[in-house]
Design a protein around this ligand. Structure first.
Ligand code: EPZ
Length: 418
């Protein structure tokens, strides 16, 4: 298994480009299965999660021609209705394939989807939504199957806001008979981006990006083109990188409008930041103020940016409270930061108190999940001495060739292949 070896303490300077959003690209690839025609997706990030979902659509019978940051997908026929056991177990987003396969073949079966170990991650809202659209749900051990001769439009109220749940229902409803209304829908930027794409291919979706989405089912989805929006989580992660390790870093190809709540808190922390169109310039912060944050669905502070923000707070002069109500396992990585010298008390699974400033010491650590993983990598960049980060598949799932991009800024980081 490969690992990263990092020598901390280097000042970083220069420019770094944000790649296409993982969580938008996964849904775009899945949506391509709705059509028999060709879909071209550009600004596709070259990351492990995208490789896995492309393997899954190929396994189902679609053709996927990939060249660097572009893929052409054509699903003339869907050969199977059972998703690959091995791959679905690795990727929570595999559940997004259920709707298109169900719509094309009348049935679909898959194991309980895997992915980041950040909490329970139930799928009840997906299953309830599919049932409302006329699907029968069957469970056998840890597998479930859905079947429906015909999918019909439905009124679906989400008792809890769910990003992938909203997207899954939207993708399925575009080919269901009649109108679907999704209420208390998620509003993350990936959702209107997906709706725009689907509409260009013949769907009739309105209201995406608001809590009520209306979808009029159509008989046929055509071909299409989509440029993936910039990854807002990568953008925010690079802002923290610059605050901790700059120098001065210019973050290119981003959309600051997608991380307003995060940027407001970064400014409260005293980080100097300048914005111009789709670029952010961030300076290393000498003095960081403590800030209390609570994560929230969009447009609030993204839970995926909580781990790097918590790391930033270990450098703040004073106490900050971090509240992450969305998943119950998202603060567990703070134990690893403590083993490096941080002073973080976990009050309950959703609340942590960070006492700063503390200095971190390098050591051997392993990344538990994607966003905690990149945070541990950042902690290695500011720690004294050598840090070894293992289990880096978790980081490669969401960040394209991260060590090469950090080396260009002056970081001392190496990928060691074992
Ligand atoms: C998406 O996960 C993202 N993943 C996550 O990013 C992100 O952390 C999360 O949204 C919140 O922003 C993808 O888009 C692939 P949810 P998702 O359904 O859609 C509960 C990353 O690192 N819930 O919005 O799976 C759930 O337990 C990943 O890129 C149910 O109770 O999250 C949670 O408490 C990690 N039943 C809440 O809803 C359900 O059926 C929100 O989860 C579904 C969800």
């Amino acid at each position: 298994m490969s690992y990263f070896e990092i020598i901390g303490g280097r000042k970083l300077n220069g420019e770094i480009e944000v790649k296409g959003a993982k969580n938008a690209a996964l849904k775009a690839v899945a949506s391509a299965l709705l059509s028999r025609e060709k879909w071209t997706i550009t600004n596709l990030p070259q990351i492990e999660d995208i490789s896995r979902i492309l393997e899954m659509v190929e396994d189902l019978g679609a053709e996927a021609k990939r060249s660097k940051n572009k893929v052409e997908i054509q699903a003339k026929n869907i050969k199977k209705s059972r998703l690959s056991e091995r791959l679905a177990g690795k990727l929570r987003a595999s559940i997004i394939l259920a709707g298109p396969v169900l719509a094309r073949t009348g049935k679909v079966s898959m194991p309980y989807p895997g992915g980041c170990v950040i909490g329970k991650r139930p799928i009840d809202l997906f299953l309830a939504g599919f049932q409302k659209m006329g699907a029968k749900v069957k469970w056998q051990d840890d597998h479930f199957s859905l079947s429906a001769k015909k999918l019909k439009g439905a009124k679906i109220f989400f008792p809890k806001i769910t990003v992938t749940g909203t997207e899954a229902m939207m993708i399925t409803a575009v080919v269901a008979e009649g109108e679907t209304i999704l209420e208390n829908a998620a509003m993350e930027p990936e959702i209107p981006a997906l709706a725009e794409f689907l509409n260009r291919s013949g769907s009739k979706i309105s209201g995406a990006g608001t809590p009520t989405i209306r979808i009029k089912g159509v008989k046929k989805i055509g071909g299409g083109r989509m440029k993936i929006i910039p990854d807002r989580i990568e953008t925010g992660t690079f802002v923290i990188l610059a605050a901790l390790c700059g120098g001065k870093i210019k973050i290119k190809n981003c959309n600051p409008d997608h991380i307003r709540a995060f940027l407001a808190n970064i400014q409260k922390a005293g980080v100097r930041i300048e914005e111009e169109n789709n670029e952010l310039v961030v300076w290393g912060a000498e003095k960081i103020n403590p800030v209390n944050v609570s994560t929230h669905e969009y447009p609030g502070f993204a839970t995926d940016l909580q781990p790097p923000f918590t790391l930033l707070m270990t450098r703040a002069r004073g106490t900050s409270q971090i509240h992450d109500p969305i998943f119950e396992g998202r603060l567990l990585f703070t134990d690893i930061l403590n083993s490096m010298g941080a002073n973080i008390v976990l009050n309950d699974p959703h609340r942590a108190t960070v006492q700063g400033p503390t200095k971190l010491r390098g050591r051997k650590i392993a990344s538990p999940d994607l966003r905690a993983g990149i945070t541990l990598l950042l902690s290695g960049l500011i720690a004294k001495g050598k840090t070894t980060v293992e289990n880096i598949y978790q980081i490669d799932r969401g960040y394209e060739r991260i060590e090469e991009r950090l080396q260009k800024l002056g970081a001392d980081i190496k990928r060691i292949e074992k």
